[in-house]
Design a protein around this ligand. Structure first.
Ligand SMILES: NC(=O)c1ccc[n+]([C@@H]2O[C@H](COP(=O)([O-])OP(=O)(O)OC[C@H]3O[C@@H](n4cnc5c(N)ncnc54)[C@H](OP(=O)(O)O)[C@@H]3O)[C@@H](O)[C@H]2O)c1
Length: 328
């Protein structure tokens, strides 16, 4: 497959992970990086052998040799940066949560259609080969009709500014809860008919942990727990009428182990060898761009919007509105 030139906006944690992934996988040319500080961009570029280091988004976006922009900034900046990328004619791979609100997501994706550029949400598990393994397993009837799902995700990151502060659209739901919603979606699909949710907030008013119960049109359910207060076991459980399956690490799938209704192990699948797991979303957007597609089939725009709408509803149910959201 032809390699595209990637430019990264941001030099933080995930920007380093992606730069390392691209350097090791060779799936794309990591061509440019932009930081709010030229010195930080230069240091980042030197670390990964990147040709162009820019001290602003605008300079990177003005570079005609950048094909795809990887947005690796706090959630609060995603929408404005994506709109600027599209106006500069760039394709985009944007970190989760895609935007702060569903309204922003709809605006960005409408602009992408208008400008005929590919935009994909970098919600990495959705692009992994194990996502297909899990979907196929659920359809296989090995554990009978799937009627419920449970999963959790948590890390001890409550003190990190971009997770603590309302102005940066902090909070556990947009950062880690989004993975639990995506795991439920992978297994049970999108026909959510209702939810209940509760959350605990920090002193600045954003959520530090929460739980969500989703109900689906045909009586199926998902129960989700997420937190930025500490480490959880990252387990996903798929419950079927003839058994159950444990998915190790819903954030970066490691294995699926299925048991029958007598608790006997009946199937075990390990994930295939990978670089870091981030290479799959890079391959997916590259393939979409080169084939002339308008989106990535593994994470269609309608699914990004549906999950953003769910997160809006969940947040509002516990009274969390981000700065400026009500006047948007
Ligand atoms: N897929 C995953 O596994 C994964 C893991 C972690 C995070 N993420 C996602 O990746 C994104 C970034 O997270 P991160 O953990 O990498 O964050 P981070 O370490 O705080 O880095 C964010 C970077 O964004 C840039 N930035 C631009 N405007 C900013 C502002 N107003 N305040 C602070 N930084 C600003 C900064 O780069 P400069 O200072 O150089 O401008 C900063 O280094 C988020 O959307 C997050 O949800 C994904």
């Amino acid at each position: 497959m032809k390699k595209l030139n990637f430019g990264i906006l941001g030099t933080g944690w995930i920007a380093n992970e992606m730069a390392d992934t691209l350097a090791r996988s060779g799936d794309a040319n990591l061509y440019a990086v932009a930081s709010r500080e030229t010195a930080r961009a230069k240091a980042f570029a030197a670390r990964y052998g990147i040709r162009k280091a820019y001290g602003s988004d605008a300079e990177l976006l003005a570079d005609p040799d950048v094909d795809v922009v990887y947005v690796a900034s706090p959630h609060s900046r995603h929408a404005e940066q994506m709109l600027a990328c599209l106006d500069a004619g760039k394709h985009i791979l944007c970190e989760k949560a895609f935007t702060v609100t569903a309204k922003q997501a709809r605006e960005v994706l409408a602009r992408a259609r208008e400008k005929k550029r590919v935009v994909a949400e970098a919600i990495w598990p959705r692009y992994m080969p194990m996502a297909k393994t899990i979907r196929d397993f659920c359809a296989s009837d090995r554990i009978g009709r799937v009627y419920a799902v449970y999963c959790n995700l948590g890390y001890p990151v409550a003190g990190v500014p971009r997770l603590r502060e309302p102005e940066l659209a902090g909070g556990a739901l947009l950062d880690v809860g989004v993975y639990t919603l995506n795991f439920a979606a992978l297994v049970l699909g999108g026909e959510v008919t209702g939810f209940t949710s509760s959350a605990v907030k920090n002193e600045l008013g954003v959520d530090t942990q929460g739980s969500i119960a989703l109900t689906y049109s045909d009586g199926r359910m998902a129960t989700l727990l997420y937190s930025v207060l500490g480490t959880t076991d990252r387990l996903g459980v798929i419950y079927g009428e003839k058994g159950y399956a444990l998915v190790e690490n819903i954030n970066n799938f490691e294995s699926l182990r299925a048991y029958d209704d007598d608790y006997n192990l009946i199937e075990r699948v390990e994930r295939p060898p990978q670089v870091t797991g981030y290479e799959y979303e890079v391959r997916a957007i590259t393939e979409a761009i080169l084939s002339g597609a308008s989106e990535c089939p593994d994470m269609p725009h309608a699914e990004t919007i549906r999950i953003m709408e769910l997160m809006d509803g969940i947040r509002h149910s516990w009274g969390l509105w981000y700065p400026g959201e009500k006047t948007e």
